[in-house]
Ligand binder design. Structure first.
Ligand code: ADP
Length: 177
């Protein structure tokens, strides 16, 4: 599913964040220590190789909402942007912190002249954010940033489960149409 706004394309796909070979920067749903761990972070570190951890770990700790950038090493992507999402029910205000993840990642991408970026559904796994609420917050945060971006031309949301893609598609119709 594709939407266009302000010369920027937003794509919603089902898939694996480590398999987005046509994208310049992928976003990691990171942990505070910027270590491999499980879920998205585990998959990205496995695919990138140990050099990723050697670059990322010294940049830790990061706070919820923050984003830092590293190279992509063995990934097909030039960069990884690591974002720490809020733990639902713990890091407050969780809506603003989740929005900040997306906005800080996009800002960083724009500063680095990155034209394409792919996000997983940050905080919706181990961090427990309800998927529908996360979809609404993240798509609105992306939409707000689209007025400010100068370099980023493609923003892809990569949902792991078909059901999650359906939920994001429903929310995207409200936000982008
Ligand atoms: P968090 O700790 O921020 O909640 P997780 O990695 O536990 O991050 O999960 C975030 C979301 O990413 C979940 O919806 C999960 O299903 C999904 N996910 C897990 N592995 C992958 C992957 N390889 N590619 C894309 N999405 C993934």
């Amino acid at each position: 599913m594709i939407f266009k706004y302000n010369n920027i394309q937003i794509e919603l796909v089902q898939g694996d964040i480590t398999k987005q070979s046509d994208i310049t920067a992928i976003v990691n749903a990171a942990n505070a220590e910027l270590l491999p761990g499980g879920g998205v972070a585990g998959a990205i570190h496995r695919a990138a190789g140990q050099e990723l951890e050697m670059e990322s770990h010294p940049l830790a700790p990061v706070k919820p909402g923050e984003a830092v950038i590293t190279k992509g090493y063995n990934l097909a992507n030039e960069f990884v942007i690591h974002c720490l999402g809020p733990v639902y029910g713990l890091d407050k205000p969780e809506d603003k912190l989740l929005a900040a993840c997306y906005q800080n990642a996009l800002q960083l991408a724009d500063e680095k002249n990155i034209e394409s970026i792919a996000f997983p559904a940050i905080s919706t796994g181990a961090f427990g954010f309800p998927i529908k609420l996360a979809a609404e917050i993240s798509l609105k945060a992306i939409r707000e940033m689209m007025d400010k971006l100068k370099q980023v031309k493609t923003i892809r949301m990569v949902l792991f489960a078909d059901h999650d893609l359906d939920i994001y598609a429903q929310e995207a119709k409200k936000v982008f149409n």
